[in-house]
Design a protein around this ligand. Structure first.
Ligand SMILES: NC(=O)c1ccc[n+]([C@@H]2O[C@H](COP(=O)([O-])OP(=O)(O)OC[C@H]3O[C@@H](n4cnc5c(N)ncnc54)[C@H](O)[C@@H]3O)[C@@H](O)[C@H]2O)c1
Length: 242
């Protein structure tokens, strides 16, 4: 029970990595609030998690993130962990990517994570405690073909997390990031077989990761096991691009 009595908000947790994080946190005694664009799926997920709530939230909208955090405070009285996980891809090469595709991806990942980080920090600073976990990507470390928007946003999340970590450390608030590699989820299963096999060949461990293998690292960063860590970036990649 690593998060007993703690309240955690997880964005984009109606499915995939976020849902796995919400489930693992709940299993460790956390009261979880799921924020997602897809309210129906978020509510269905929350119902299975014991004391949990769901809220419709578009992370690009500051007012939605405010309301999400207010839901946690009203229902459970604190905000101890914030996981900024919501994400989308709009892959296209530089030649074909539209300005709209660029803006959408920057908005959801970078503005969304900024919104989640600053809004959570406002509460945690007063509490003098808290842990923020931001989901970046290996794409933000090495840059990937067809992802100038996504690689830029995910690299941006690293800079954002480190800057916030420096601002918040003396308030007892830690900020860390995770860079998952190829993880089996709806986002990656939409990929053509050839692209999947190409990526697999780059992974020393010879397999894709599972969502629970990202969730366990998020749990580590969210709980006191990592009490002396802030501003770090943990790679969950099976050794890919180490
Ligand atoms: N799957 C991977 O291989 C992988 C690798 C590296 C990083 N990531 C990152 O992990 C995170 C989760 O990815 P996933 O694979 O679980 O994807 P997913 O598509 O399965 O789930 C993403 C969730 O985010 C929600 N969402 C999208 N836009 C939103 C918005 N504006 N506001 C609120 N919610 C929104 C979706 O409704 C969905 O429930 C993302 O940030 C992604 O970039 C995934």
């Amino acid at each position: 029970m690593l998060l007993n009595g703690k309240t955690a908000v997880v964005t984009g947790a109606a499915q995939g990595i976020g849902l796995a994080i919400a489930e693992l946190f709940a299993g460790h005694g956390a009261r979880v609030v799921i924020g997602d664009l897809n309210l129906e799926a978020a509510e269905a997920a929350a119902e299975k998690l014991g004391p949990a709530r769901a809220a419709r939230c578009d992370v690009t909208r500051a007012a939605d993130v405010d309301a999400l955090i207010a839901t946690a405070l009203e229902a459970f009285g604190s905000l101890d962990v914030m996981v900024n996980n919501a994400g989308i891809t709009r892959d296209a090469t530089l030649r074909t990517m539209t300005e709209e595709q660029f803006d959408q991806v920057i908005d959801v990942h970078l503005k969304g994570t900024w919104n989640g980080t600053r809004k959570a920090a406002a509460v945690m600073r007063e509490q003098k405690s808290g842990a923020i976990v931001n989901i970046s990507s290996l794409s933000g470390k090495v840059g990937m073909v067809g992802q100038t928007n996504y690689s830029a946003a995910k690299a941006g999340i690293v800079g954002l997390s480190k800057a916030a970590a420096k601002e918040l450390a003396h308030h007892g608030v830690r900020v860390n990031a995770i860079q998952p590699g190829l993880i089996r989820s709806a986002m990656t299963e939409a990929m053509p077989r050839k692209a999947w096999d190409q990526k697999l060949a780059e992974i020393p461990m010879g397999r894709a990761g599972e969502v629970h293998e990202v969730a366990s690292v998020a749990l580590f960063l969210a709980c006191d096991l990592s009490s002396y860590m802030t501003g770090t970036v943990l790679e969950v990649t099976g050794g890919r691009f180490m």
